[in-house]
Write a protein that binds this ligand. Structure first.
Ligand code: SF4
Length: 460
């Protein structure tokens, strides 16, 4: 499948916005294009194909895409032969063509799972670039092309069945589709063979994972079930975690994002697997039952807190993170206070808090008026943010004098840094770049809001 356009082969330039799932999708696109003979270029100047992998979570995310598209329009005016492609959530949620219309210079506009058709589309538009238009077999069968690192994201699921009223994912990515366990385990085995020590399993509701091939779970796996159906099905994620935990070379397992309703007792039990990081990110979104109902989150505050209590009992000292939306339609001052009180009750280490932004195509957009004024959303956001900073600092201070385990992922000059098991950033003095990719014990000497500072512990 060699390209014939230039001596050096065709080039693509890929810009990615949004979440880890999008980053992993971009690795898949890069893998697919590299199989067609393309190589990646850091700028659009010499690219034959430019792609934007977009995010729709908030209007600001889409505005960045429209801004970037102005640059691509200029590029297209200079070099009309360049293929301009847009994928990701904006393409997925554009049910009425309004977004496509605003992205004038676009040649290809496709939802993420349709990346399998890229070879055919490129061949149609620029037959000089590729000489095979074979379609990729399946989204999950495309091998991601990764920058060498000790950490890797591994998608185990795509799409979502939950239909939270504010969210574009079920429209943009389709319904939940799970990857066979054998493929997931094979990918992780290969990553370990290439020096990866930490894997992050990705899915929109990752803990609702259902395996189509449970026979690959080994007979010693305590979460394996022979009887299928009913609740038993829901233990597949715990079973998968156990298998990953047995994998030689893998030292840390992380996963995101779970849904509270799929935190079964077995998944909670699996938080104690030896390689599981000491952190759980469990989106709550709101602390008021009225708001949770309008969001269609399908749980109550009480049910969420029950899960949190079970998690804390199963793994005392686990760090907790969450996602919160403030200013959802109809959110009263009391509803917001319920979110504040839930935050304190759960005692989260960190929250990714967003101000509600209506997204066309979602149920929330159709059903509810965006009736919380922008200034009020901002005030609520700032209040939660200030509270979080105080709590985070207090929690970080508890690490001073203790030893944490850090996976070093960068070394600049005299300092190296990486995440602890609690997913807290930790900096320490080290000028040796070979430390990157290793797990090192660090004695914490100082705690700041967003990072720990420490010294390398030298063990004799
Ligand atoms: S669970 Fe809700 S917020 Fe998460 S991806 Fe599915 S619909 Fe979106």
């Amino acid at each position: 499948m060699l390209a014939s356009a230039e001596m050096s082969g065709p080039k693509f330039h890929l810009v990615t916005y949004g979440c880890q799932m999008n980053k992993n999708d971009s690795e898949r696109i890069a893998g697919l294009l590299s199989g067609l003979g393309f190589s990646e270029t850091a700028t659009d100047d010499d690219a034959d194909l430019v792609l934007l992998n977009t995010c729709s979570v908030r209007q600001t995310a889409e505005d960045r895409v429209y801004g970037k598209m102005k640059e691509f329009a200029e590029l297209k005016a200079r070099r009309p032969e360049v293929i301009v492609a847009v994928t990701g959530c904006m393409a997925g949620r554009d049910t009425d063509g309004a977004i496509r219309e605003r992205l004038a210079p676009v040649d290809l506009f496709f939802p993420t799972p349709e990346m399998v058709k890229l070879p055919r589309w490129i061949a149609e538009l620029r037959p000089d670039l590729v000489n095979s238009a074979d379609l990729a077999e399946d989204y999950f069968k495309i091998a991601p092309l990764r920058v060498p690192s000790a950490q890797a994201f591994v998608s185990i699921q795509t799409g979502c069945n939950k239909f939270c009223t504010y969210c574009v994912v079920p429209y943009a990515r389709g319904l939940e589709k799970n990857r066979p366990a054998a493929d997931v385990l094979q990918e992780i085995r290969e990553l370990a063979a290439h020096g990866v020590v930490e894997v992050t399993l990705l899915g929109q509701t990752v803990n609702s994972y259902r395996s189509s091939d449970p026979e690959v779970f080994s007979s010693e796996n305590p979460y394996r079930e022979t009887r299928r159906g009913g609740d038993v099905f829901w233990n597949d994620f715990a079973a998968l975690l156990w298998e990953v935990n047995q994998m030689p070379g893998i030292e840390r397992i992380h996963w995101t994002a779970p849904h509270p309703n799929s935190m079964t007792d077995k998944v909670i039990d699996a938080l104690n697997l030896p390689k599981q990081v000491n952190y759980l990110h469990l989106p709550v979104q709101a602390g008021s039952n009225a708001t949770l109902f309008r969001m269609n989150r399908k749980y109550t505050r009480e049910k969420y807190m029950e899960v949190i209590e079970k998690v804390k009992a199963a793994r005392p000292g686990i760090a907790l993170g969450t996602d919160i939306i403030v200013g959802f339609p109809g959110e009263t001052e009391q509803d917001f206070e319920d979110t504040v009180s839930l935050y304190r009750e759960a005692d989260f280490d960190i929250s990714y808090t967003a101000q509600y932004s209506p997204r066309s195509g979602t149920l929330g957009f159709k059903l509810y008026e965006d009736d919380v004024p922008r200034e009020e959303k901002k005030r609520r956001w700032e209040r939660l943010q200030r509270m979080m900073e105080g709590i985070t600092l207090r929690k970080n201070q508890a690490f001073v004098g203790k030893t944490v385990s850090v996976l070093a992922d960068r070394c600049d000059g005299a300092w190296a840094s990486g995440n602890t098991q609690e997913m807290k950033l930790c900096r320490f003095r080290c000028a040796d770049p070979s430390i990157v990719g290793t797990i090192v014990p660090i004695q914490v000497t100082q705690a700041l809001e967003w990072q720990l500072v420490g010294e390398r512990e030298m063990r004799s």
